[in-house]
Design a protein around this ligand. Sequence first.
Ligand code: ATP
Length: 293
Amino acid sequence: MDIVLQVRELKKYYGEVKAVDGISFAVQRGRCFGLLGPNGAGKTTTIEMLEGLVEADSGDIFYHGKKASKTDFRQLGVQFQQTALQDFLTVKETLELFAAFYPEPADLQDLMSLCDLTELLDRDHRKLSGGQRQRLLLALALVNKPQIIFLDEPTTGLDPHARRNFWQLIEQIKQQGRTVILTTHYMDEAEQLCDDILIMDKGRIIALDTPEALLNQHFSGALIRLPDRGQQPQLPAHASISRSGGYLQISSPDVEQTLTMLLAQGISLEGLFIKSANLDDLFLKLTGHSLAT
Ligand code: ATP
C-alpha cells in the first residue's frame, strides 16, 4: 500500500468546542478519499490543518512518510469553495497569472484541455457559468502539478449535467495516479467518486472504510420503507428499525419473511417501498439525520 498522507491523533479545540478530537487515518495514492459529515462536524478544520492553514493543538500529519513541512503544503493542489480572482482577466490570463507564481508550472495547454477550457480562453472569468467556473478553479488548483488535490464541495450549486462533467474530470485526475481528497454534501457524489470514506461527527470519526464495506457492515438485504403511521411491528431477528422524515425504515436480511410478518400483524403495506441501502441511508443511520438536510 502506498500511503501518501497519514494522520495520527489530530486535535484542534476552539475553547470548549472540540472541532477535531483525536482523529487518525491514512490516504492511499491514486484514490479518492471522501471526508463527509454534518455541518460543524470538523471537516473544514481537518482540511485546513492538512493544508497547513491552521495549526493543530496536537497530533501528527505525515506526507509520503515524513512529517508535514511547508514544502509539502506548497505542493498540494487546493480548490477552495470561494476563490477571489482578479477582475477583468480572461480565463487564459487568470491561468497565466497563477502559473507565474510557480517555478515549474503545469503545461497550460494540457491543463486547459483537461479542464475543457479551450473554448473559453478569451472569456472574462466573471462571465462563466457555475460549472465553467468550477473547471477553471480546478485548473488553478492543478497549476502547480500537485500529486494530492483537495476539493472542497466542488459541485455545490451546479446543475446535474455540470456535476456529471465535473465527476468525469475527477476520474481523469485519478487515472493520472493523483490522489483526491474531497468534501461533499452529496451522497451520490461520494458514492460515485470515493474509493474510501471517512464520516465525522462532533470532531470524531464515526465511520472509515470503502463505501461497499461500510454498506455491508451496516446493512444486510434491503431496506423496506413504509409511511410512519406509528406502527410498532415485531421483526425477525437481525432486522433493525429507524424512523425519520415521515418514514418507518426496516433494514432486513430477509425481505420476504419481514413482509410476511408485517402482514400477519395486520400492518398495512400501503406506500411500501423497497430499495438497497446507499450512503445516504448509512449517514442517516450513523448520525441520526440525512446529510442532504
Ligand atoms: P460545515 O459543513 O458547516 O462547513 P465542518 O464540518 O466543516 O462544517 P468546521 O467548520 O470544521 O465544521 O467546524 C467544527 C466546529 O468548530 C464548529 O462547531 C465550528 O463552529 C467550530 N469552529 C471552526 N472554526 C472556528 C474558529 N476559527 N473559531 C471558533 N470556532 C470554530
